[in-house]
Design a protein around this ligand. Structure first.
Ligand SMILES: C[S@@+](CC[C@H](N)C(=O)[O-])C[C@H]1O[C@@H](n2cnc3c(N)ncnc32)[C@H](O)[C@@H]1O
Length: 277
């Protein structure tokens, strides 16, 4: 067993899941991030937490990829701003017509910038317009990040995405981030968010996840992981929910059948919001 997984290293795990069923995730580039160390965690994780985690991660990527693709087709967005972007590969999966801002912790961003630039040079990735910004959401980032984003974004219509991140933040940090999204976005812009609701904490899979993290990351309790109810999104006065699906709903829509019992699955919620004022 490899101990001491850092939270940011979960980004490697997420990428490997997406690579393990690329026909479902439609992420044909995530395999570039595969490495031996991650393979060991992934094998342990699938065995100890939930074997459905490959598909849950693939379906999440597929949901947002399709929503963003559709909005590009309808000429409704010009820039994708991915908060906690990890090693997600949307810039390369989407049409080159839009620009990208990728935001994550500085070490992840520096590593991604370096790897991506090498892969573009070797022809393994197509060229895209990506701005990489290193930021820690636990710090006092608002003013500086606002200036940097505005310089790039100007008057462009944006899609803000936050997936696989909120679980690791606290409620204050989350409220601050959503307040920040509201400041950088304008009417007609889109926001994609992924979160668990509190029922996940009653599942066997969640208890196993807690054990997995406790053994490998640090001793935590169930209260250290953030869940959000639908009302968190519904009550936003400047956004309206355009679409809300969970893993079960979207997996079924994609004509797949779930193999495990509900209690053995970490069911995430996918929200698509539109800024209305
Ligand atoms: C599970 S990964 C998900 C990555 C990506 N969104 C995806 O779905 O593939 C979580 C990401 O959130 C980032 N993250 C977690 N806490 C953060 C913080 N305080 N500030 C900035 N990024 C953070 C991690 O570095 C990591 O890349």
């Amino acid at each position: 067993m490899i101990k001491n997984i850092e939270i940011h290293e979960t980004a490697f795990i997420t990428s490997m899941f997406r690579a393990m069923n690329a026909s479902l995730s439609k992420d044909y580039y995530s395999k570039l991030w595969n490495n031996k160390r991650t393979k060991i965690w992934v094998t342990d994780y699938l065995k100890e937490v939930s074997s459905e985690e490959v598909d849950t991660h693939c379906v999440r990527n597929r949901f947002f990829l399709e929503k963003i693709q559709q909005l590009i087709k309808e000429a409704k967005i010009d820039i994708l701003i991915n908060f906690g972007s990890g090693f997600s590969m949307y810039p390369f999966l989407l049409n080159e017509s839009i620009e990208h801002i990728e935001i994550d912790k500085p070490d992840i961003i520096d590593y991604k910038r370096h790897k991506v630039s090498n892969w573009v040079q070797t022809g393994e990735l197509p060229e895209r317009e990506i701005h990489f910004l290193g930021v820690d959401f636990e710090s006092d980032y608002k003013e500086e990040l606002y200036t940097k984003i505005q310089k790039i974004k100007k008057n462009k219509r944006s899609f803000v995405l936050i997936e696989g991140v909120l679980f690791f933040l606290n409620k204050n940090q989350t409220d601050t981030l959503f307040g920040f999204f509201n400041e950088i976005q304008k009417q007609g812009d889109y926001l994609g968010s992924v979160s668990f609701n509190s029922t996940v904490k009653k599942t066997k899979a969640f208890l196993r996840l807690l054990n997995f993290f406790n053994e490998r990351i640090s001793k935590t309790s169930k209260d250290d992981y953030l869940t959000l109810e639908n009302n968190f999104y519904k009550e936003k006065s400047t956004y309206k929910i355009k679409e809300h699906k969970d893993y079960f709903m979207y997996f079924k829509e994609l004509k797949n059948t779930v193999n495990l019992k509900e209690t053995d699955i970490l069911n995430e919620n996918f929200y698509l919001l539109e800024k209305i004022k």
